[in-house]
Ligand binder design. Structure first.
Ligand code: HEM
Ligand SMILES: *[C@@H]1O[C@H](CO)[C@@H](O)[C@H](O)[C@H]1NC(C)=O
Length: 191
């Protein structure tokens, strides 16, 4: 019995110690871990566009192609998945996608403070703001999770093809509840 009591005391002591460590950790960690996620994305996007103007358009297209298939889950960025097979990067409708290196650079800077999916969304927003001379601004929520599923064939079945006629484009957008007017407005991204 004495042994058991002793163990209980040791356990209580250990529990108290770990509680203190936890508190100290979270108190110190909150300050140390603060990262200006959106500010960093914006700075990096503007820096990248200044040295390569084409990257801005690439970022706007990238968010469309990530979100149109499986939602905004960053799956367009994946080079491979555990299930194997071609990822979205290999989809025919994704030919010419760019901006991957910039997203990687930003993710490397920000680490676990943000998902890749959020970076794609923020980066496109910041590119639109910069390229429009500040005329296009909007806020977006954060908190998207990164997906681990990515299939070229599945993406090709959902993304609009470059050969689509107008009615096919209308139908494609209708599947996502976008109106004909919204299709026309969003297609303006190509200008
Ligand atoms: C409506 C159906 C759409 C079709 C069929 C389509 C198709 C295409 C094609 C074939 C390209 C050229 C890719 C290449 O060869 O490099 C392209 C580029 C582009 N698309 Fe779309 N697109 C559509 C909608 C959109 C939307 C909704 C957005 C964004 C709101 C968008 C943004 C862009 C941008 C910014 C580029 C230029 C990318 C660059 O220069 O790097 N597109 N699109
Ligand atoms: C489109 O709208 C319908 C009706 O409100 C809804 O049931 C459906 O989930 C929506 N589809 C998408 C892709 O948001």
């Amino acid at each position: 019995r004495r042994h058991r009591i002793k163990m209980a005391k040791v356990n209580a002591g250990a529990a108290l110690l770990s509680l203190c460590l936890l508190l100290a950790c979270s108190a110190g960690g909150t300050q140390a871990a603060y990262v200006d996620v959106e500010g960093t994305v914006r700075t990096e996007v503007e820096k990248a566009i200044k040295s390569n103007p084409g990257i801005g358009a690439a970022l706007v297209r990238l968010v469309f192609h990530d979100c149109w298939f499986q939602g905004c889950d960053g799956s367009v960025l994946l080079d491979k998945t555990t299930s194997g097979g071609n990822t979205e990067k290999k989809a025919i409708n994704n030919i010419g996608l760019d901006g991957f290196n910039l997203i990687d650079t930003i993710k490397y800077k920000l680490g676990n403070s943000v998902s890749c999916a959020d970076i794609v969304v923020f980066a496109a927003r910041d590119a639109a703001r910069y390229l429009s001379g500040g005329k296009i601004t909007y806020s977006v929520p954060s908190g998207r999770k990164d997906g681990i599923v990515s299939s070229a064939a599945a993406a090709d079945a959902i993304l609009p093809q470059s050969t689509f006629e107008f009615q096919q484009l209308v139908d494609n957008f209708a599947k996502k509840n976008f109106t004909q007017e919204e299709l026309v407005i969003l297609s303006g991204a190509h200008s």
